[in-house]
Ligand binder design. Structure first.
Ligand SMILES: Cc1cc2nc3c(=O)[nH]c(=O)nc-3n(C[C@H](O)[C@H](O)[C@H](O)COP(=O)(O)OP(=O)(O)OC[C@H]3O[C@@H](n4cnc5c(N)ncnc54)[C@H](O)[C@@H]3O)c2cc1C
Length: 385
């Protein structure tokens, strides 16, 4: 285990998402202590959401640095790389069947990934129920952190891993997330293999995208047997409020959602009609592609806080974990904390800009004209490379 004088620095990480936890774990592996502040009151206080594909050059690399790659491989679902692409008539454009034992980008449920990281971190490092309200820079480069519960901490480095609406980001840049033009309504089908075997067979073991008319029905089989469904709409920013859909009343909401898919094939609309439980509408936001800032001592951003992008390049969680690995290794390699952070930032700007652009382009393609044939063409080009 490497040690250096960073052991003496007080480092706070805001947010126990995949980025923050990966950073805490890799630093712990190198003998560097951190404190992670998380606003959620416990690891189980919020449903963690759908399945994520973890890429070799980023998410998997970070897990290797965290000493967790073998545990990840044991949990990963290689068959989850199955991918089907259709249009609203049910015409199939792509039907990819993955090898169930190996593949580049296996899937893992978000909750399982979080559990893997949490189990590997000294629990005394994590403070649940600490909602950061603001941070005040001090003249000596330290930061004073203020929490809603009255707690105050003074740290040598604060790492914002607090996601899309980071409360630390304004210390470094005026950039704010803007609406991408896409809103996604999240629904679930429980125990799909037993309760809806015909949908399970149709969807296969991974993801299904049905795209037409600036809309989509997206299905994603999770490791817990649920099918996560997104009904996606290219709409105005206030559509969630103005659509009149009562999202808090799921049966009525489903009924109204189905009206938007009146001429879609029943093999697709049953993804909505068969859903049970709460329905969650989400606006999809992004930060400017290629965002950078002037380095300041004692503070930095990782993950969505640094480069929020739409999920249509499948890179968000992977980049959050790669940022964590790059920052941790830089902290370990440098004697000077500020130099370590600056070196990480310069590197991160390079590798994130391309993904942010790809994500933006893919969103435009998936919800533009002739989306299904165009996405097929793009994916075929990608496979040919
Ligand atoms: C619908 C949808 C689908 C997606 N699908 C994919 C996908 O398939 N693949 C992929 O790679 N990415 C996907 N993403 C993106 C991915 O979820 C994010 O990029 C990733 O979670 C970013 O990780 P993070 O650690 O930076 O932030 P987050 O996961 O957002 O974690 C931030 C943490 O900080 C905590 N926090 C926030 N504010 C405070 C505060 N003030 N004080 C203390 N704690 C705070 C939060 O509670 C949270 O635990 C998707 C996103 C959405 C919205």
């Amino acid at each position: 285990m490497m040690t250096n004088r960073n052991e003496q620095h007080r480092i706070a990480i805001i947010g126990a998402g995949p980025g923050g936890l990966t950073l805490a774990r890799i630093l712990q592996e190198h003998g560097v202590k951190t404190v992670v502040y998380e606003r959620e009151t416990s690891p189980t206080s919020r449903q963690q959401g759908g399945s994520l594909d973890i890429h070799p050059e980023s998410g998997q690399r970070a897990l290797r640095e965290a000493g967790l790659i073998e545990q990840f491989q044991a949990l990963a679902r290689y068959e989850g790389e199955d991918f089907r692409l259709l249009d609203k008539t049910g015409k199939v454009y792509l039907d990819e069947v993955a090898d169930s034992k190996e593949g580049d980008r296996p899937e893992i449920d978000r909750g399982t990934l979080r559990g893997l990281l949490l189990n590997a971190i000294d629990p005394s490092c994590i403070r649940w129920g600490y909602n950061l309200s603001h941070a005040i820079p001090k003249d000596n480069g330290q930061h004073e952190l203020h929490f809603d519960n009255g707690h105050v901490d003074i740290v040598d480095l604060v790492v914002a891993a607090d996601g899309a609406f980071s409360r630390i980001r304004p210390l470094l840049t005026n950039a704010v997330p803007t609406y991408t033009g896409l809103s996604m309504v999240e629904l679930y089908l429980n125990n799909v293999a037993e309760e809806h075997p015909e949908i399970a067979a149709f969807n296969r073991r991974g993801k299904l995208f049905a795209l037409s008319d600036h809309k989509g029905i997206l299905g994603q089989l999770n490791g817990d047997g649920r099918l996560c469904v997104y009904a996606a709409f290219q709409v105005e920013q206030d559509w969630i409020e103005t659509s009149g859909i009562p999202f808090e009343r799921p049966e009525e909401a489903k009924h109204q959602l189905l009206k938007f898919f009146g001429d879609w094939d029943e093999s697709l609309t049953r993804y909505i009609s068969s859903a049970v439980g709460p329905i969650v509408p989400r606006r999809i936001y992004m930060l400017p592609v290629g965002l950078t800032w002037i380095h300041k001592p004692g503070v930095t951003l990782i993950g969505d806080a640094a480069h929020l992008m739409s999920p249509f390049a499948g890179e968000g969680v992977n980049l959050a974990m790669l940022d964590a690995a790059e920052l941790a290794l830089s902290i370990v390699a440098h004697q000077d904390l500020s130099a370590a952070v600056q070196s990480y930032e310069e590197k991160m700007y390079q590798y994130t800009a391309e993904s942010a652009k790809m994500s933006d382009d893919n969103l435009a393609l998936c919800f533009g004209e002739d989306a299904a044939p165009k996405l097929m063409e793009l994916m075929n080009q990608y496979h040919d490379q």
